[in-house]
Ligand binder design. Structure first.
Ligand SMILES: [Zn+2]
Length: 166
């Protein structure tokens, strides 16, 4: 699926960078690719977000967190939810993927590779501890539904893999 052009007014970026994803606190909502657009008009910020999971209660919190961060910076805001096209893990930025890895969560592979590793056919997920690809899936579901639990057969450390979501 082709991602729509994301439009964010430059002065809003440092503010939005401070709002973290409720699911993965080390990632900002910008890095998660949740924001579709954010435009200032007459000191009111019109902002459109696409939840990572529709029906996820965390999304109410994101909306409130965004409003609060903007209010602290002197803006009023109107947050609108855009449900289509749906969020996919492809929208996570490269900076976001790096932050995930640093946090100890393997970043999502592409859709095809993702299926292979979850079925246990291929070893493509890198251990977040030692970097080895000698890793096996332990459970399709890790600490949350969006993650799978992997284990490294070299250093024996278990770690989460963020599944590819479409
Ligand atoms: Zn390892």
């Amino acid at each position: 699926m082709v991602k729509e052009e994301v439009h964010i007014d430059e002065q809003l970026i440092p503010i939005l960078e401070q709002v973290s994803d409720p699911e993965i606190p080390v990632l900002s909502i910008l890095e998660m690719g949740v924001i579709r657009s954010a435009v200032v008009l007459n000191n009111i910020v019109n902002i459109k977000i696409t939840p990572t999971y529709s029906g996820c209660p965390a999304m109410d919190i994101i909306g409130e967190d965004i409003e609060k961060a903007l209010k602290d910076a002197g803006y009023q805001s109107e947050v609108k939810l855009i449900l289509s096209p749906a969020w996919t893990s492809d929208w996570i930025t490269s900076k976001g993927r790096k932050a995930l890895e640093d946090y100890g969560i393997a970043a999502p592979l592409n859709e095809t590779a993702d299926k292979e590793v979850l079925l246990g056919n291929k070893k493509l997920v890198k251990c977040t501890n030692c970097g080895s690809q000698n890793t096996i899936v332990v459970s399709q579901f890790g600490s949350t539904a969006c993650k799978a639990l992997f284990k490294c057969e070299d250093c024996l450390e278990p770690f989460d893999y963020f599944k590819c979501l479409k």
